[in-house]
Design a protein around this ligand. Structure first.
Ligand code: GDP
Ligand code: MN
Length: 385
């Protein structure tokens, strides 16, 4: 799950990571009066969307007075934002965070990522943080520091100190920094994150160390041990994805027009690739699970067809533990319950495949069968055109 900046900062707060004082969060339709703007200011008004690069897209604004902070917040709510990370698609700003602004002397980049090659967490950092980190990584990769971390031990003291030296942290902030870096790694490990990023970590004009921004992505597969997090809304999920999750179907919406129903995540990925190779684009990833019964197949059809983009449905099921004749009956039953008004292509393989294909052929339902995944993908692409 991707956390909004303020949600990430709420997590940071639990780990004692130093941050700016918060004036409040306002959602669309809520009163601006809840903002606590009684200090001297200035404030920083920040669009809470799941994309970086807000600064460059008008999603981060400084306000000198309380009146200005309220005005900017009001204007930002409901705004459509395109940043270099939204892939050209606008995001609606539904929530705005207002923090007490700080004055920035230095911006540092620091994150903890999963190093798949090493099978460890890894700190990625740069003395030159801020809004152009992607550019820096391209043009001067030698300025990016990478430090593997032991997942059991966390960041060791000597490592934290080495990192502080490498980042040129001022003597005065040394202890603050090493404590911060160790806590950042703790967030990554204890929250089962796949990314924890602070860009920028700032040193203020009055020599304080502050996490100015937060980006946290948590691993959905570990949500069961983070009950509070699991109960929160997934801002990234579409309405269809939320519904699928509720009924226990593994569904991710995509941009194409071929709906896919597959059993097993690996086979589902292979199906998307094959559709692509055949010149088409899948409308979704969907894993009906191993024990695909009539109910589950019915629900899967309903979910797939909720997406108005879908012009053909490709069913690719391998009967291993489940036998193909049972699956075929499931597909037939399900297609009686759900009105499938687009071409349906089915590829069955595995145990009792002959019986399965016969059931589909005799069903009287308009189903185009395919002997192989490649054939099925080609048929689906053709049908969708
Ligand atoms: P992002 O562009 O989406 O990563 O948003 P950030 O929260 O990182 O803010 C972008 C930039 O706005 C930062 O790199 C800072 O330069 C600036 N900024 C954000 N908050 C403050 C603040 O409190 N004071 C000042 N002076 N600048 C800020
Ligand atoms: Mn940032």
């Amino acid at each position: 799950m991707k956390l909004l900046e303020y949600e990430g900062k709420d997590v940071f707060a639990r780990y004692g990571i130093p941050m700016q004082k918060r004036a409040g969060i306002v959602k669309i339709g809520e009163s601006l009066d809840t903002l606590k703007l009684d200090g001297p200011g200035p404030w920083v008004v920040k669009a809470q969307v799941l994309a970086g690069g807000r600064g460059k897209a008008g999603g981060v604004k400084l306000a000198k007075t309380a009146a200005e902070a309220r005005e900017l917040t009001g204007k930002m709510l409901g705004m459509q934002m395109i940043t270099h990370q939204t892939g050209g698609k606008p995001l609606t700003v539904e929530e705005v965070l207002v923090d007490e602004a700080c004055d920035i002397a230095r911006e540092i980049y620091i994150s903890v990522v999963l190093d798949r090659k090493n099978s460890t967490p890894m700190i990625v950092a740069s003395a030159e943080g801020g809004m152009s980190i992607e550019e820096l990584a391209q043009t001067q990769p030698e300025k990016i520091i990478k430090l593997p971390v032991d997942v059991e031990a966390g960041l060791l003291d000597f490592q934290a100190r080495q990192l502080a030296f490498d980042l040129n942290i001022p003597q005065k902030n040394f202890r603050e920094f090493t404590a911060f870096a160790r806590q950042l790694v703790r967030v990554f490990i204890d929250e089962d994150a796949s990314l924890v990023e602070v860009n920028p970590l700032v040193i203020t004009g009055d020599a304080r160390l502050i996490a100015l921004d937060s980006k946290i992505i948590t691993d959905d597969n570990a949500l069961f041990r983070h009950k509070a997090q699991a109960a929160k809304p997934d801002h990234e999920a579409s309405e269809i994805e939320k519904e699928a999750k509720e009924i226990g179907i593994n569904y991710i919406g995509l941009d194409g027009d071929i709906g896919c129903m597959v059993n097993g995540a690996g086979l589902a990925m292979a199906t998307l690739d094959t559709v692509k190779m055949a010149g088409g684009d899948a409308a979704n990833f969907l894993d009906v699970g191993g024990g695909a019964n009539v109910d589950q197949i019915t629900r899967a059809f309903q979910i797939i067809l909720k997406d108005a983009k879908v012009k053909a449905v490709l069913v690719n099921i391998f009967g291993g533990i489940m036998k193909c004749d049972n699956i075929a009956s499931g597909v037939v039953e399900a297609s009686k319950k759900v009105k499938i008004n687009v071409p349906l292509i089915v590829r069955l393989e595995g145990t009792n495949v002959k019986e399965g294909r016969e059931i589909l052929a005799r069903s009287g339902i308009k189903i185009e069968q395919a002997g192989s995944l490649w054939e099925a993908a080609q048929k689906a692409v053709k049908a969708a055109r």
